[in-house]
Design a protein around this ligand. Structure first.
Ligand code: FPP
Length: 271
């Protein structure tokens, strides 16, 4: 098995990363000692809740709830692997087009998740972040999310970003608007400027994007940030995606050879 190469051309400021004071799980090396074959940032498209429920003769909302409950065991496993950045795609800007009753059900999930998990996340040093437009959501939901973000803002073991009412294209439009509003002249706009005006400005780009449910598409998720991510798709439905599947995804990542568009040293032809 070959470890992916390190040091892509434009990596984030790794000084943002602090060694964990209160590790989320007991096993595994601390951040500073992480092997290069372990991704720094894992992003997940949690798909297949509906099919999972259908398989069991249940309604779609039962699948979404089971999917929400599943987050804990996946985070725990990723924590054991010492992954410091995790991003979950929970509700896309396109999901508003689903039937009204399903959208209503999906809107209940963040509250359900926070009620169930926030104490535990905080106790484990998890910093919660939100990606997307919060202000379009119900005021009570906005309040709950803001409160959770505020509570966990100084935690350093893991950063959990939840993309809820998020779309990659809209994020790019927002970034352009912010850049324009800041009066930055066009000849001073480069890739770094755009990255710094995205919702993910303080996050490293994802190294690994996992999609459950068997589809092989990005669905408007982290379009800019995914430029050099490794992609992993599994047929497992999200509620069935457990520790064994996490391990399989990380093993597949470890076997990839990341080149970031260049040839590794020693592989260029002799001139
Ligand atoms: C796609 O499956 C999944 C969603 C639209 C919702 C995913 C959200 C969660 C699992 C939890 C949300 C958690 C938080 C913290 C807000 P699908 O319904 O499209 O599945 P299908 O393709 O089988 O129909």
């Amino acid at each position: 098995m070959q470890a992916p190469s390190t040091s892509p051309p434009a990596r984030p400021n790794l000084q943002l990363l602090q060694p964990p004071e209160q590790p989320i799980a007991a096993a595994g090396p601390a951040v500073a000692e992480r092997p290069a074959s372990t991704p720094l940032h894992v992003a997940i498209i949690m798909d297949g809740n509906g099919r999972w429920a259908q398989q069991r003769g249940l309604g779609r909302q039962a699948g979404h709830r089971a999917g929400t409950e599943n987050i804990r065991r996946v985070l725990e496993r990723l924590g054991e692997h010492r992954i410091p950045y995790i991003t979950l795609f929970a509700f896309s800007t396109e999901n508003w087009g689903r039937p009204r009753h399903e959208v209503r059900g999906l809107m209940r999930l963040p509250g359900f998740f926070l009620k169930r998990e926030i104490k535990r996340l905080h106790a484990n040093g998890v910093r919660l972040r939100h990606l997307g437009h919060l202000d379009a959501l119900e005021p009570e939901l906005q309040r709950q999310v803001r409160e959770a973000i505020e509570l966990t803002r100084n935690n350093t073991t893991m950063t959990l970003s939840v993309a809820f009412n998020y779309g990659g294209r809209r994020e790019l439009v927002d970034a352009v608007r912010r850049i324009t509003a800041a009066g930055i002249p066009s000849d001073q706009i480069d890739e770094e400027t755009i990255g710094a005006h995205l919702d993910t400005a303080d996050l490293p780009d994802p190294d690994l994007i996992i999609r459950t449910g068997g589809e092989m598409r990005l669905s408007n998720f982290l379009l800019w940030q995914a430029a050099y991510a490794e992609y992993y798709s599994t047929a497992a439905y999200w509620p069935d995606f457990g520790p064994t599947e996490v391990d399989a995804a990380l093993a597949a990542y470890a076997a990839r050879r990341r080149r970031f568009g260049v040839l590794p040293p020693g592989e260029d032809e002799p001139g």
